[in-house]
Design a protein around this ligand. Sequence first.
Ligand SMILES: Nc1ncnc2c1ncn2[C@@H]1O[C@H](COP(=O)(O)OP(=O)(O)OP(=O)(O)O)[C@@H](O)[C@H]1O
Ligand code: SF4
Ligand SMILES: [Mg+2]
Length: 326
Amino acid sequence: MTALEVRDLVVEYAQSRGKPFRAVEKLSFTLEAGRTLALVGESGSGKSSVLKALSRLVTPAGGQILLGGRDKVPAKEYRRAVQMVFQDPFASLNPSHSVDHHLRRPLLATGRARRGTEADTAVAELLRQVNLTPAADVARKRPHELSGGQRQRVAIARALAPAPDVLLADEPVSMLDVSIRLEILNLLDDLKRQRDLALLYVTHDLATARHFSSDIMVMYRGQVVERGPSDEVILNPKHPYTQLLAAAAPRTGATRAEVRAARQVRAAARSARDAERRETVVGDGCRFRPRCPFAMDVCATRPPEAALGGGHRVLCWLQSEGKAAA
Ligand SMILES: Nc1ncnc2c1ncn2[C@@H]1O[C@H](COP(=O)(O)OP(=O)(O)OP(=O)(O)O)[C@@H](O)[C@H]1O
Ligand code: SF4
Ligand SMILES: [Mg+2]
């Protein structure tokens, strides 16, 4: 079942001079109940801008966001149904309030529990669901008394308190110790299953995107350049940008030579990115052209069209050469 449908979403930021900067360009996708969609892409590609629009932290410059098939859902109802988990659990929790306060507030505000013992029980149940026990001890603590992983569990519990349909997770483990990242991702995965949540997982990490998501969207400078089933996108990437990302991320257990090769790809990507910044005119063609090793004449003049069949879509002329020649 479709929980959230995004149609032609545009996000723009005002600039001190000239036209607004367009961070997200006509993006469309759906989030399905009980499934995870990963959004990957390098820094500045527009991932957080998508999430900010979906959580109504910024007003889109265009497009529609339909919750349960409905457009323009009233703010209170929307805020209950669409919850966010941020990258930095310390910044997202108030240091002067206890864990209990962080969880009780949304429970009461959304009418999930009444004051008193009903709220006490609901707080304890939320803590149990995120594996923070004994609940009574944890509930009394303040954020600084918890580890990074425990803080992120509290942030997740708080997001669950209003019983949302959609969970937006913006790099939820990138600031945590490597050793506990998988625990937190497994927790999100379990909760998604138990609660039939539609999960949007934003990450730089292709390996966890593949492991925890049914589908992946790869974003580059405001556009999704490739999307499809996770295995298909990671094991058989078609867009030169996805190929670059995959080559720059050595698989677990890679040999020394593979790690060295990945390092070289990352260095080449950095210098290509610098060259791209110096190049002021991208023109009407493909946005990836300044960095693309396969660029053709058509790439400079016409934006590529989505190609490939089934659920796998790629925005690249290489995949639709017949049309490119037309
Ligand atoms: N409030 C803002 N005002 C102006 N420009 C912004 C604002 N927020 C983001 N941008 C710009 O929009 C683009 C996309 O930023 P966004 O934060 O969405 O990227 P991201 O993919 O989340 O990057 P990261 O991986 O670093 O978190 C960037 O070029 C960024 O500089
Ligand atoms: S459309 Fe052209 S420039 Fe863009 S990724 Fe494909 S081959 Fe490269
Ligand atoms: Mg971001």
